[in-house]
Design a protein around this ligand. Structure first.
Ligand code: RB5
Length: 147
């Protein structure tokens, strides 16, 4: 199995982005790197919007968005109505956000977690399926409705 995964970060997440791209996971990954590509200061909304648009238009199955805390870029991603972006700090959160929320963007805080934990989170996120039907699907439909 090969999955297309888009990955983006601001300057605070660029090292973790590069680390993850060079790791081996249990499934084959085609990485689509949407930047940034240096430690020069950039604005996380620019990269969050770009990644969200990429995933929302089905150009990648999942997105991984990284900033210092994971929070700023998650707020940016979630402004796209087709995106469910979740900040995860451990693999339990990653598993539950796939099963319960069908999260399609994983957000990581490079200044919060280390590389080994980040790798575990990514592995869990990309290998866990949404629990279709019933209450989870009903709740997801409500998230799509305007209110
Ligand atoms: C950048 O310095 C930092 O503000 C950003 O990476 C992020 O943590 C914002 O939420």
């Amino acid at each position: 199995m090969r999955k297309k995964i888009a990955i983006a970060s601001d300057h605070g997440g660029v090292d973790l982005k590069d680390f993850l791209k060079n790791e081996t996971f249990s499934i084959d990954i085609e990485w689509i790197d949407l930047g940034t590509n240096s430690s020069e200061s950039v604005d996380y909304p620019d990269f969050g919007y770009k990644l969200a648009d990429f995933v929302a238009t089905d150009q990648a199955e999942y997105g991984i968005a990284i900033c210092g805390s994971g929070i700023g870029i998650s707020i940016a991603c979630n402004r796209n109505e087709d995106i469910r972006a979740a900040v995860c700090t451990d693999s339990t959160m990653a598993r539950l956000t796939r099963i319960d929320n069908d999260a399609n963007v994983l957000c990581l805080g490079a200044r919060i977690i280390g590389e080994v934990i980040a790798k575990d989170i990514v592995e869990t996120f990309i290998t866990t399926e949404f629990e279709t039907g019933g209450r989870h699907e009903r709740r997801m439909k409500k998230l799509k409705q305007s209110h």
